[in-house]
Design a protein around this ligand. Structure first.
Ligand code: HEM
Length: 148
């Protein structure tokens, strides 16, 4: 296989779709858990807390996947930085949540969820490199049995 025919790794492009979609779902769920807690379902605060840790972990995996997307040479570098900013923002959110600085917590939470959803939109708009074409059949002009 010549260098021009070497297929681009598709996996990082597919994985970043998975991580960004998962983050978007977890982020939207986070607002629902907060709403349920504010509505009086106090056990939802624990769910909100656990989901916060999962969000941070998935954002970190997404940053690593962003590095792999960039390494293909066909993806931009900014998803790595945006994902790292998200990790830092989620860590800040966790601190603001535990210290009950709610004005900042709710504002930053809305911004984090918006960023996460925009990132998922980008991941789905970015085309996954095509699969490698099967090797072309070897065609000769020799009639069948000509060599015998
Ligand atoms: C990435 C987004 C978010 C993260 C990582 C996060 C994380 C947390 C954490 C760790 C806590 C402390 C839980 C505990 O004390 O057991 C908390 C509390 C809370 N969060 Fe969030 N949160 C996020 C988004 C939001 C949003 C969008 C809202 C509201 C719309 C919200 C509303 C609240 C409320 C009302 C509390 C309870 C504070 C209290 O104890 O009085 N959070 N959050």
């Amino acid at each position: 296989m010549s260098k021009a025919q070497v297929p681009l790794p598709r996996t990082p492009f597919i994985v970043i779709r998975v991580t960004s979609t998962l983050l978007a779902l977890l982020g939207l769920a986070q607002t629902t858990f907060a709403g349920s807690f504010l509505n009086g379902q106090y056990d939802m605060l624990k769910v909100h807390q656990v989901n916060a840790m999962v969000l941070g972990g998935v954002a970190l995996i997404q940053a690593i996947t962003g590095v792999l997307v960039k390494a293909t040479g066909k993806g931009p570098g900014w998803p790595v930085w945006v994902s790292l900013v998200l990790v830092a923002a989620i860590a800040g959110q966790i601190r603001l949540g535990f210290t009950q600085v709610l004005a900042a917590h709710v504002t930053l939470g809305v911004l984090v969820v918006a960023g996460i959803v925009l990132m998922a939109g980008w991941a789905w708009r970015t085309p996954v490199p095509p699969k490698a074409a099967p090797p072309a059949p070897v065609v000769t002009d020799d009639p069948v049995g000509a060599a015998s």
